[in-house]
Design a protein around this ligand. Structure first.
Ligand SMILES: Cc1ncc(COP(=O)(O)O)c(C=O)c1O
Length: 375
């Protein structure tokens, strides 16, 4: 299997821990271990007495229970815990696809959602959102792209990097199409729960469709990426068994401390999500003001969910802009070219508490180095 370089992750490997200000992070503000342990009486004592042997391969039963509660129709035995969402994506593609299969992937996308399928020899058709309509997806385009060989359709709502969130009716129709045409839906839901209006929350695909797969993780909505705990939820038993067997060749089982902490966090999920949404709301108001002032330089669309958006730089090349901004100010933005979109968009993240400082530096940089728009 040949995998292409993961452009976005290579960019982060280079800059994430040296840039002074991360203004493109895709996750929410993290927590200190002590604050997490303080959520329950005796949690610290229980954590310290944890034994560090192998754990159950499918995941800690208490954690699988806590994950199942995030869904309407998923039980703990339909949850398979992985090392982050990334392992789950990799393993899912391995057990589902063979060379020559046809896959349709929403684009732009987190690169592994398409790249692993390509690496396995699948033919990948991009189902591209419309940049002129805030990256909205058109179901008619999906219908036209379907072939006899289409085995899989990959979607990600709320979406990285655009924040696009379709309607529940859209997702229902997608599910009906899957039943009619026989393809499996892989639904990356790592930002689920971060809807600004809870009424916009979509049903999980694993609840809606008995062959679909929902992907979740502690990293984004809960801001606990360092735990490296992700999961697959599915009522598709055959697929579940295949995934459970494949994991014997990747991580076998998960880290016991991480599983303990993830279960603890999920028992207090609402409080953590409320804190993260509060940060997001305050930051979005700042971004609304910033982009209103900078209307001649950027096209801004306020997302309905998640901690990231994909505004377009209207003048100048986005790669050069991001590189010079980093050099002059230490502020890291992510050029959309890393997603291969062919547009001049950039990813901005607003799930972190220090956004005001980073934004002030971006604003000053624009005043000093760019002069009037169009120069
Ligand atoms: C849409 C999407 N899916 C999956 C992942 C992988 O998540 P993790 O790093 O927690 O494994 C990411 C990470 O950025 C993502 O944005």
């Amino acid at each position: 299997m040949k995998l292409e370089p993961f452009r976005l992750e290579r960019y982060f490997a280079r800059h994430e821990f040296s840039a002074a200000y991360l203004l493109c992070a895709s996750d929410c503000e993290s927590m200190e271990l002590g604050d997490l342990l303080a959520l329950e009486p005796q949690a610290q004592e229980r954590f310290l007495s944890l034994r560090l042997g192998y754990t159950e391969s499918l995941g800690d039963p208490a954690l699988r229970q806590a994950i199942a509660r995030l869904y309407a129709r998923i039980t703990a035995d339909q949850v398979l815990v992985h090392a982050g969402a990334e392992e789950a994506i990799f393993n899912f593609m391995q057990v589902t696809l063979s060379s020559g299969d046809h896959v349709i992937v929403q684009t732009p996308c987190y690169q592994s959602l398409g790249a692993v399928a390509r690496g396995l020899g699948a033919t990948v058709t991009e189902w591209c959102g419309d940049p002129m309509r805030a990256w909205e997806l058109d179901l008619d385009l999906l219908k036209k792209a379907l072939t006899q060989r289409t085995k899989l359709v990959v979607v990600n709502f709320p979406h990285n990097p655009t924040g696009f969130l379709p309607t529940a009716a859209f997702v229902q129709e997608l599910s009906l199409l899957s039943e009619r045409h026989g393809f499996v839906i892989f639904s990356d839901e790592v930002y689920r729960g971060l809807e600004l209006d809870p009424a916009d929350r979509l049903p999980a695909l694993a609840d809606l469709n008995d062959r679909a797969v929902s992907l979740g993780v502690m990293s984004k909505t809960y801001g606990l990426a360092g735990l490296r705990i992700g999961w697959i939820a599915t009522r598709n038993r055959r697929l579940f068994e295949a995934l459970a067997g494949f994991k014997d060749y990747t991580t076998i089982c998960n880290s016991a401390p991480s599983e303990f902490l993830a279960a603890l966090a999920l028992r207090h999920a609402q409080g953590i999500v409320d804190r993260n949404l509060e940060i997001i709301r305050a930051n979005l108001e700042r971004l609304d003001r910033f982009f209103a002032d900078q209307g001649e330089r950027f096209a801004w669309h306020r997302p309905k969910a998640g901690p990231i958006a994909f505004p377009t730089l209207l003048h100048g090349a986005v790669d050069a802009f991001c590189a010079d901004l980093l050099k002059q100010t230490g502020v890291l933005l992510l050029p959309g070219t890393l997603y291969g979109t062919g547009t001049n968009a950039l990813r901005i993240g607003f799930g972190r508490k220090n956004l005001p400082e980073a934004l002030a530096r971006l604003e000053r940089y624009i005043q000093l180095s760019m002069g009037s728009a169009g120069e």
